[in-house]
Design a protein around this ligand. Structure first.
Ligand code: SF4
Length: 389
């Protein structure tokens, strides 16, 4: 490669805005990236030094400030002394793999723990499930994360760092083709998620198409409205889990604050304005929400939408989760198939959402950062052999 073509490669974004760029927006205030940006300014470093630092996150193997060879040695040392060893605010402390899934337990510098799951599909692409909170305060009765309670909201760059972490690109891996906010936490209860979406979609930072990002919510209505206004191209999944308000409030206590009807009204307007599909998640729990009455009421709920053809029901088989209501059971696969067929027969667009990783507690509702509160002395036990549950 000639010197000129090398320069061009270093300043041209990759496909879809991924990769290095010549101009970068400022990072969201309050984040570690913003502090680094401010610090570089305060010591009189030229503006391109921050850009070089962020651009380097797209290179495989760049984990520490020392790895950013574009920066002068003295600056690398200065940044290490000021911010610690790593560029991104996450360290992987435990790794589990099974089937086509890898789950990583990350730790922040303040020792808060969170889980991220990467699914690699045989077709050659991968999809990542990121956490938006450490724990969750909403207490859904089917969910392991809810059983922990809320530790804290994750900062925008802690969410961004889950996607960009060099761990995923070891052994020739690539950045995920799509990202879903379906890990630990209620994404829309955390206002920093909006900053994370900016980082993930901005050219030079994440460069992901917003259409490749899914935000999943149990119905935090004020921020659902904000999301549809600020990020209309993001894909949305709203958890329904019961068409009956009283029962839904038992499964998802947030129903009594922001009712399903209020959230559906927001989506009714949204689908009309963007003409894009939204998803309604329905977690099927044996003997709880899988009866003929539930099927009928769910089909009616969809049929009464502004544009029913733009509402797609994803039926998910319940995964037994530690901390969840112990009486909940998974329905048989035949029953799940029958429920989906029943929806289709009533004119509802529906599919079963296939999941991998239940054996390592990496499927929906199972993330619990098992070691969230483990004392430092237990850290040595955290790196698990692949496939160990
Ligand atoms: S399902 Fe989502 S909102 Fe409900 S407790 Fe679990 S993480 Fe929180």
């Amino acid at each position: 490669m000639t010197k000129r073509s090398k320069t061009r490669a270093a300043s041209t974004p990759g496909p879809g805005g991924r990769g290095p760029v010549a101009v970068l927006p400022n990072p969201p205030p309050g984040t570690r990236l913003a502090k680094i940006h401010e610090h570089l300014k305060s010591i009189g470093a030229p503006a391109y030094r921050f850009r070089q630092l962020v651009n380097s996150l797209h290179q495989p193997g760049v984990e520490t400030f020392e790895d950013v060879r574009e920066l002068p040695g003295v600056l690398r040392q200065e940044l290490t002394e000021h911010f610690g060893r790593t560029v991104l605010p996450l360290d992987p402390v435990a790794i589990q793999s099974a089937e086509q899934v890898e789950k990583v337990l990350f730790e922040t510098p303040s020792r808060v723990r969170l889980e991220t799951v990467l699914s690699r599909y045989r077709a050659g692409w991968s999809s990542m499930c990121v956490s938006s909170q450490a724990g969750c305060g909403l207490g859904c009765t089917f969910c392991a994360t809810g059983a922990i309670g809320l530790v804290r909201n994750l900062a925008a760059d802690e969410i961004y760092a889950q996607v960009m972490h060099p761990h995923w690109r070891k052994d020739g891996g690539t950045l995920p083709a799509s990202v879903a906010f379906m890990g630990m936490g209620e994404a829309l209860a955390n206002p920093h998620v909006f900053g994370a979406l900016q980082l993930l979609t901005a050219a030079g930072y994440g460069g992901l198409s917003p259409r490749r990002i899914t935000v999943s919510t149990v119905g935090f209505a004020p921020n659902l409205a904000r999301l549809t206004n600020e990020q209309p191209q993001i894909t949305i999944t709203l958890s329904v889990h019961s068409p009956f308000p009283d029962q839904r409030a038992e499964l998802i206590p947030l129903e009594s604050r922001f009712a399903l009807a209020e959230n559906l009204a927001i989506l009714d307007e949204h689908v009309v304005s963007v003409r894009r599909k939204v998803y309604l998640a329905y977690l099927l729990i044996a003997g709880v929400n899988d009866t003929a009455e539930h099927l009928e009421a769910l089909a009616e709920l969809v049929a009464s939408r502004s544009r029913p053809e733009l509402f797609h029901v994803s039926v998910i088989r319940y995964n037994e989760a530690s901390g969840a209501d112990p009486s909940y059971r998974a329905p048989s696969t035949e029953h799940v198939a029958k429920f989906v067929a029943g929806l289709l027969a009533r004119g509802v667009h529906a599919t079963r959402r296939r999941q991998f990783g239940a054996s390592i507690d990496a499927a929906c509702g199972q993330l619990h950062a098992r070691y969230l509160l483990a004392p430092p002395s237990e850290r040595a036990d955290l790196v698990l052999a692949p496939g160990r549950g």
